[in-house]
Every structure is written in C-alpha cells, then in structure tokens.
Design a protein around this ligand. Sequence first.
Ligand code: UD1
Length: 424
Amino acid sequence: MDRFKIQGGRKLQGTVRISGAKNAALPAMAAALLTADTVTLQNIPHVRDIITMAKLLAHMRCRVESPDLPPSEFIIQAETVSMREAPYELVKTMRASVLTLGPLVARFGYARVSLPGGCAIGARPIDLHIQALERLGAEIKVEHGYVEARAKRLRGTTLRFPKITVTGTENILTAAVLADGETILENAAMEPEVTDLAELLIKMGAKIEGVGTSTLRVEGVDKLHGATHAIIPDRIETGTFLVAGAITGGELSLTDCEPAHLKAVIEKLRACGVEIKCEGDHKLHVRAAKKLVAADVTTEEYPGFATDMQAQFMALATQAQGVSRVRETIFENRYMHASEMVRMGANIQIDGNEAAVTGPTPLSGAPVTASDLRASAGLVLAGLVADNTTWIDRVYHIDRGYEMIEMKLQDVGANIERISGREE
Ligand code: UD1
C-alpha cells in the first residue's frame, strides 16, 4: 500500500492547474448509458474512481476508449449493454456505481445494482433513490445485497426528496429524461455537478427546465442521442489548494477553475484573513493571511459550505488564532481526521456533530492514517505545515479523487513523496 512522506514547513509558491470534477464526471459517464450513440466527455480527471466507473461500463459491455494518456477524454458508446448489473466487487470500492441504476432502468427496463453499504463517514443509505424510482413506476426488489429494478417504461410524476441528496437527484434525473410524460423533482440538489449533468443531458436531447434551482422539470423523450461535453473544474480540489497556499504561508495561482462554484469557501477563508483574488473567470490567486484568525463553519448543501471541504478547513483552523467551531450537518461521522490531527498536536474537542478547534498550535509530524477521501486531504494539509516528517498511510483514499496531488504539490515547492508499497 502506498504512503505519503511529507517534510513540512515549505511555503508553497507557483501555479496549479485544476482538474475536472470527479463528482461531475461520474454521473456524466453513467449518463452515457442512456443512448446507443457515442458520448464524448472531456476534462475527465485521472483518478481511481473514474477508472472504476470505466471498468463498470466496460463490464456492462459498453465501449470505453480514451485517445490520450493519461486519459482526459473518454469516448463511451453504450450500444449493446448486455450486462445490466453493477456487481458488489466494483460498488464496494465506489459508491457512485449506484448512478447506473437510473439510466439502466430508464433505457432497458431492468437494472441490478449492489447495495453500497456504509462507509467511513456514515451509514449512507440509498433509500431515497429507491423510493423515488418507485414513484416513477419501477418495481424494486432488494434481496441478496442487490437492488433489482424493473419497469416497462418509467412514468413521469411529481416527487419531493424528503432530504437533499446529490447522487439521488442525479440518479432520478437520468431516469426521468426517458420516462413517459413530465417529472417534477422538488427539493433537488443544486450542486454544480447536478447542473453539469443536466447540461450534458440537454445536449443529448433531454428536455429539462429549472436547471440550477431546487425544482427540476423534466419532459421525458423517447430517445436520446450522442453529445460532446467538457466536465466542469473540481471545486473541492480548488478549495484544497486554496487552503494549501494559505496554511503554508505561501502564494498560489490556480488556473482552469470556476470561482463562482466556491463562493462559500472563499468567503470563509477571507473571514480567516486569507487574501483571495479572482483574476478573470477561471483563475484564482491566494496569498496567506498576515494573521490567520479563527472562524466558525457549518457544512450545508450547495450553495453552502461543502462538507467535502470540512477536513481541509479544520487543518487550517489548527493554525488560526482563536476558537473555530465546526458543525457537520451532512454526514454523521465525518471527524475521523480530527483524532489524527490531535495526534499531530492539534487542540480539537468533538461534541456530537460539533468540533471546537483552538489555535494556533504547532503541529508535529507523525505517522497518521487516512480514513476517507477528504480526510486524507486534510491530513496532507496538516503535514505540509507540521515540523519534521509526516507519514500518511492508506493514500489510496486520496487517489480516488485527487489527480496527481503529490506532483501538483511538488511543482509548487512541497516536499512530499509517494513511497510505493512495493519499495518497502
Ligand atoms: C455526494 C458526493 C460527496 C459529497 C456528498 C454531499 C458524489 C459522487 N459524492 O455524495 O462527495 O460529500 O454528495 O455533498 O457526488 N441520504 C439518505 N438516503 C439516501 C441518500 C442520501 O439518507 O438515499 C443521506 C446521506 O446519508 C447523507 C445525506 O443524505 O447524510 C446527503 O447525502 P448525498 O447528498 O446523497 O451524498 P452522496 O450523493 O452520496
């Protein structure tokens, strides 16, 4: 298993190119199941979850090709999809495999997808996906650890998600586009990744109104066609590098990003004293605070402060003057990184879903273990500012969602190395 070895204390300086958003690319790849034509997706990040989704589509007998190396463009053709099943072996490594459920049942009238089960950050059920598909007329059986959905043709309906769910909204949107009649999805997630998916579907011939709002109106069509689409920039990678610049006392330019998707994060970092300038539509410049001060954060659905930025913010808060109160409202168990940061010298008190981070505390390098994707990003950031050496175990978590993070960090001056399991 690979590990990261970080020698902290370097100020980061230079330019980082932001990759395409994993969480937008995954539903876009699943949406290619909706047509027999070719769907070409550009700006796909080269991360483990994307490789898993490509494997899953290939398992279903789709053609998945990429002309470049590392792949950033994917050409997907779901002409013959003789295998309409997402097996446990793939779903257990990537929950987003469940995104194939909606498109498969909408186009072929049948899907069998393994239940994802819990993960490090909480129970994460898919009950809302299932209930919504039933409302669209699918007959669902849950047995032997699999969800089996059948429908001659899905029927449009009005439904309201009792709780906002990102992949739930995406799954139902990709089902409703081929349903008979109109579907109104209320309390839909408004994340930019949902909007990006809707824009791809519209290019494929779908009729969707209300894109970017919490009510999506879909007029089902009989058939969709191929399209070419460039995936939006990764707002979480962008936010992570904003914190990397700020926490190391450095100065970074981030290119190919979408500042409009990070308003809540930028606002919060500015409240901590970090200087952030938008330079044109797709560039950000971050300069560390003269004096970093504490700020309170509550994670919320978009456009609020993203839960996927909570661990990174906590790393920053350990270096800020005062008490930062962090409240996690999306996932019930998302403080696994806190105890590792405490082992590095942070002062963090957890009480239920609230964490109080008192700073600044010098961090000292230590061996730590990554528990999930964003927790690992928080630990990398802590390692960049810690004295001595930090070893991060289980970096396969970070490889799921960050494209070449150690190389991007090395390019701007960080002392971080990947120690391959084979070298030990
Ligand atoms: C997506 C993102 C993830 C992000 C999360 C919240 C992808 C691939 N992943 O995950 O990075 O952290 O949004 O922004 O896009 N819930 C239920 N029943 C359901 C579905 C969800 O109870 O059927 C609960 C979840 O347990 C969680 C909350 O709703 O507490 C929000 O989850 P959801 O928005 O569905 O997260 P994901 O789509 O899995």
